[in-house]
Design a protein. Sequence first.
Length: 361
Amino acid sequence: MERAYIVMENGRVFEGWRFGAPADAVGEMVFTTATGGYIETLTDPSYFGQIVVQTFPLIGNYGMNREDWESRGAFLRGYVAREICDTPSNFRCECTVDEQLKAWGVPGVCGVDTREITRAIREEGALNAAITSDPDAVDFAALRAYRIVDAVKSVSCGEIETYGPEVENASHLIALYDFGAKRGIIKELVKRNCRVVSFPCTMDAQALLDIHPDGIVLSNGPGDPAENVFAIEQVKRLLGRTPLLGVCLGHQILGLAAGAERVKMKFGHRGANQPVRHLASGRVYITSQNHGYAVVGDALPQGVRLSMVNANDGSCEGLEIPALRAFSTQFHPEAHGGPCDTGFLFDEFLAMTGGERNAAR
């Protein structure tokens, strides 16, 4: 294996070994505390433009398989693990993590102290970093200037796509506004006998309303929600026209469309073990999350209600807009991968639709 280096914008350097594609990369370095589901992590569009550090020490022991992909490929800039298994054992295994990253053109680094890297991110916040073979050649001015741009446009579907049974055989017709949707969201809706029509992020609100959906899901996705000016304006036009469910980035876009504000978090929530407290019942759910921004929960406009908070830091995890038949979650109720505590929220959303064509014609 070839030597590789992780160079952070603060000047810290970590020496390890290359795996995956033999290429250099620059990205925002973040960490995930998930102990499993690395296939879903690698294929999550929400990691667009980022270098992902796994805190769990061993990655790759069940290999890779396309069935578990959450999107059409990988959008992250790099991948970091303490140890990579090169002899996976699983009947569904199609290739190793190393082989898959090579096919995607994504570089990886192993043999580094991932706990120390995580500690640095926790103390200083998300940092830009470079994966390189020559740490002396890193341009620190360019590294510090790196920003994630055009994230949603880069990961959204390119054309209208359909899933599930034909309309006449479906219990509900659901429009999905694709800001970088994970396939798990679609699978959960199809499992409930929904016909799902996925729309690219570049299409306007009327295109979604024209199919007369029972409800609209605003999907997850990468980047700063405030940069999605077009999407925010379209969601404003959708509010009150048909039931809405926002997930992750979709939750943030719904909040901004309703007049709320957003804030960049120090290091975000990424992993499958985030506790969320439901304010009305007091119940705590363990959730899967992947976000670096949050809706400001203590400055919500009239008519928008804070429904859930993170039990660790008190940040906003859910919104309700009862008068407009809309609600949202910062976490992923489909949890691919992660705990299945909150899958019932899809049922609550479908119940809200009433099984009727709700969109104004």
